[in-house]
Design a protein around this ligand. Structure first.
Ligand code: ATP
Length: 256
């Protein structure tokens, strides 16, 4: 998928390193054991753009994001982070190269406090705890109020804020978010998507996986519809969303 770079107008949370190609997947196949679930995907995440991946349950969206974020080695194809080919796959290495993946379920550590969770992700040299906390608490004041609270006791929306804040602590060039809206009230979802839009306007490349297309349409600049491990439609988000609706209806899936 191709996309043009957008304008960088808003001030980013932390300085964003320059990158022409924040993330590129080429001819990606992925499997669990012997069962291949992704069958040749091309995808580019571009600074300043928000790419939404739509598709029914089990289509392979999370698997694509997992490969992109270093959580799963593809069986075929190549991945580039910040313009460099990836040979060694791990989320830790991805973060070090500026690609941060927030898995479905947010991936916060429930038995650590808000502050401890933030500290866990200050991998990049030269980023101090104080700067990360200041940036996180100014973007999400509720996290500042709850800095010493265990993450597992935060509300769903607050946990998603913490996951975002923690991801931003690494100053990523590309942010991959799986099901941001899961289990959250529409108002909270809207607020979180506002943050996503702001980050993209600040120059970050964003890839979202969303089963519920309405929410993602608020911020998506590009979209792809994934069905049974392949891209069946891509381009303008509204057109892709319409194709997604038709395919969900045809499959008797959820109303979106
Ligand atoms: P959903 O919207 O339901 O999360 P998805 O489009 O994100 O679906 P994936 O989670 O990528 O789809 O799953 C694609 C296929 O891979 C599914 O058939 C799923 O059962 C299978 N799968 C996913 N994770 C694993 C795993 N860890 N081990 C084995 N199979 C898996």
């Amino acid at each position: 998928m191709s996309a043009t770079a957008g304008a960088a107008s808003a001030i980013p949370l932390l300085p964003i390193p320059p990158a022409q190609h924040a993330l590129a997947l080429t001819g990606i196949h992925a499997a669990y054991g012997k069962i291949e679930v992704v069958h040749g995907i091309d995808l580019v995440a571009t600074p300043g753009r928000v790419l939404a991946l739509f598709g029914p349950n089990g289509a392979g969206k999370s698997t694509i994001l997992k490969v992109a974020g270093g959580g799963l080695r593809p069986t075929r194809g190549s991945v580039h982070w910040a313009g460099q080919p990836v040979r060694s796959f791990s989320p830790h290495r991805a973060v070090a190269r500026g690609v941060c993946w927030i898995p479905e379920g947010r991936g916060v550590f429930p038995n650590l406090t808000v502050r401890e969770n933030l500290l866990m992700w200050t991998y990049r040299e030269g980023v101090s705890r104080a700067i990360v906390e200041e940036a996180s608490f100014s973007r999400f004041p509720v996290l500042g109020e709850r800095r010493n609270q265990l993450a597992g006791t935060l509300s769903g929306g607050e946990q998603q804020m913490l996951a975002l804040a923690r991801a931003l602590a690494g100053s990523p060039v590309a942010l991959l978010v799986d099901e941001l809206s899961m289990g959250l009230a529409p108002k909270i979802v809207s607020e979180l998507f506002e943050v996503i839009g702001e980050l993209a306007r600040g120059g970050m490349a964003i890839v979202l996986v969303e089963q519920f297309v309405h929410a993602a349409l608020e911020v998506a600049t590009d979209a792809a519809l994934i069905i049974q491990g392949i891209v069946v439609e891509e381009g303008d988000p509204a057109a892709v969303a319409e194709a997604a609706r038709r395919s969900y209806l045809a499959a008797g899936g959820p109303a979106v």
